[in-house]
Ligand binder design. Structure first.
Ligand SMILES: [Zn+2]
Ligand SMILES: [Zn+2]
Length: 395
């Protein structure tokens, strides 16, 4: 048998639409600059991300925009699922919220092969939620029902940002997957911005799951703040799904994610006075006395952990701590523009350009910061209760 030729591609599978071209809001908290067209341009021409998941593709007006792109031959519908635009393949996704009785809310990412299945899903969704033109809507069904329906359509359901205190499956809804879902229908989970592979593999029931690191971008600049390198034979939905199941060598080659301490919910912090709190759960803040403590992802994982740190399944790829340009000290919009002009895409700047050529464009100091970011040598102050961590230079 001939070996399959696989290509490494960058993928970011959780990108929100802020608004439609006609100006209607989709994800209320996302920037209105996040239109379908601008996302596609940013991913293809600026960030250099070859596979993206548009997670608001259930919105009828977004579907109409996609249909128009295809009819005007500016994008191609792929036979094996997904839509090709310039250098990037768009996969159709939808984020929904499920709340079962007696449990907190959890978010799920549903991906479907093509517009046809997504339109079917929209009809199903419309019967179960208030407003199908908006993002991340609460739907009246159980997680299990959602899984079975999406599976019938040939799609996959992936629990989103699983550890976050607000709306993550472990963060707010359950201690064990099997309590709410069919674990066999979960082939992958999204780590979210405050956890990495070392943390997540402390939970044994995640050892057979593929880990995804996605940006959950609410603005154009944040596309690709987390992403993965994946090996596919071709960029389309069928290949991507086979990759989640790790079939015939298709796999995640590396997860590129924020340093977990940079994430907004890494440590337990009181939202009222911003004091970081110890690992033992307290309801009331010992500093200011208010009941505003937001449990951090690190604490939640330590509660659920049943495997020693450092034990991983053999297929688990490296988690490369990644500092997007936007987070780096001393690199504002003007410098970023210079870098893009010189090196094309952010992936080129972060991964490929050498220190000398970087220094020729932005000077030695900044070039050094970019190289330090590439090799994980920056110091990070932990984030929590909705505030990002901060980067300082390590001496
Ligand atoms: Zn979410
Ligand atoms: Zn989201």
């Amino acid at each position: 048998m001939r070996e399959l030729a696989l290509t490494p591609l960058f993928a970011d599978m959780h990108i929100h639409i802020g608004g439609t071209e006609s100006g209607r809001p989709v994800k209320i908290t996302a920037s209105r600059q996040m239109t379908l067209h601008r996302i596609l341009e940013e991913a293809s021409e600026r960030k250099g991300i070859e596979v993206i998941g548009i997670i608001d593709a259930h919105v009828p007006e977004v579907q109409a925009e996609l249909t128009e792109l295809i009819e005007r031959k500016r994008a191609d519908q792929l036979a094996d699922g997904g839509i090709r635009y310039k250098q990037t393949t768009l996969l159709l996704g939808s984020e929904v919220e499920v709340k079962e009785p007696g449990r907190g809310e959890a978010h799920f990412l549903c991906y479907l092969p093509s517009l046809k299945e997504m339109q079917q899903f929209t009809t199903w969704l419309a019967a179960r939620c208030k407003n199908v033109t908006l993002s991340s809507q609460r739907i009246a069904c159980t997680t299990y029902e959602l899984q079975v329906y999406i599976d019938q359509l040939g799609g996959v359901v992936i629990p989103a940002h699983i550890f976050t205190p607000h709306k993550g499956l472990y963060g707010s809804c359950t201690d064990r997957l099997a309590e709410v879902a069919d674990p066999a229908l979960i082939c992958a989970v999204e780590l979210g911005l405050s956890a990495n592979t070392v943390m997540a593999d402390q939970i044994s029931e995640l050892h057979d799951k593929t880990f995804l690191t996605n940006s959950d971008a609410h603005s154009l600049g944040k596309i690709g703040r987390e992403y993965q390198s994946i090996a596919l034979a071709e960029a389309n939905f069928r290949e991507w799904k086979a990759m989640l199941l790790r079939q015939d060598g298709r796999t995640v080659l590396a997860n590129y994610g924020l340093h977990p301490r940079l994430g907004k919910y890494h440590q337990t912090v009181c939202q009222a006075c911003q004091s970081p709190l110890p690992l033992e759960w307290v309801e009331r803040c010992p500093q200011c006395g208010k009941k505003a403590v937001v449990r951090g992802v690190a604490e939640r994982i330590s509660q659920l952990a049943d495997v020693a740190q450092g034990v991983h399944p053999p297929f688990r790829p490296a988690y490369v701590e990644q500092y997007p340009l936007e987070f780096l000290p001393g690199i504002g919009p003007k410098r970023r523009e210079q870098l893009y002009r010189a090196f094309g895409t952010e992936m080129n700047i972060l991964h490929r350009a050498d220190e000398e050529s970087l220094a020729a464009v932005v000077g030695e100091g900044i070039a050094e910061v970019i190289i330090q970011a590439r090799t994980g040598r920056l110091e990070v102050q932990a984030g929590g209760a909705g505030l990002y961590g901060r980067i300082g230079n390590k001496q």
